[in-house]
Design a binder for this molecule. Structure first.
Ligand SMILES: CC(C)(COP(=O)(O)OP(=O)(O)OC[C@H]1O[C@@H](n2cnc3c(N)ncnc32)[C@H](O)[C@@H]1OP(=O)(O)O)[C@@H](O)C(=O)NCCC(=O)NCCS
Length: 149
């Protein structure tokens, strides 16, 4: 099946809500936040579609005058994981950030999220900090950064 990665559209909202519920046990974006994020000028909201079905998203946040972008969210639909989609969405997020003038991408990941940590390690991200008690349930966050050159 052909994979297409493109900006999210308002008509993706239902599928994005479903993805959020399926991919994250907690700390989810609400429907309202997702709707706002699709329209936001300071965010890049990319979705991956396979055979017309939404199978993943990547959300990148930008700040005016800053060359530092932040990967705010990355998710692949359970059932579509383990096939390279996460890696492709991450690469697309990096290209998007570069196109919008960023030279570094930062992200936070739960310290117990082994799959995501391995994905970021293998994609060349460097861990530079840990923040205790960062998530709703008290789990720590690991902070990663990559130079986009
Ligand atoms: C993390 C996530 C995005 C990975 O997506 P994916 O499509 O399964 O990832 P890929 O198939 O592209 O795998 C890329 C790399 O990630 C790592 N990885 C993915 N799944 C893994 C798993 N279950 N265990 C260990 N490493 C894993 C591997 O290093 C893999 O590369 P390799 O197989 O060559 O070693 C996906 O599991 C997900 O959406 N999880 C729930 C939401 C989430 O945790 N998002 C990240 C928040 S920071």
């Amino acid at each position: 099946m052909t994979l297409r990665i493109a900006p999210a559209r308002p008509s993706d909202l239902d599928a994005l809500v479903a993805l959020e519920e399926a991919a994250f046990p907690g700390d989810r974006m609400s429907r309202r936040a997702l709707a706002r994020n699709i329209q936001s000028q300071s965010l890049g909201f990319l979705v991956a579609r396979e055979g017309g079905h939404l199978v993943g998203h990547a959300l990148i946040a930008f700040r005016k005058g800053s060359a530092l972008a932040r990967l705010y969210s990355l998710a692949v639909k359970p059932g579509a994981t383990g096939q390279g989609l996460g890696r492709k969405l991450l690469a697309a997020a990096e290209r998007h950030a570069r196109r919008r003038g960023a030279d570094r991408l930062r992200l936070e990941v739960r310290a117990d999220n082994a799959a995501a940590i391995r994905l970021y390690d293998r994609a060349g991200y460097t861990r530079f900090a840990q923040i205790e008690d960062y998530y709703e349930d008290g789990e720590a966050a690991l902070r990663y950064e990559k130079a986009l050159v």
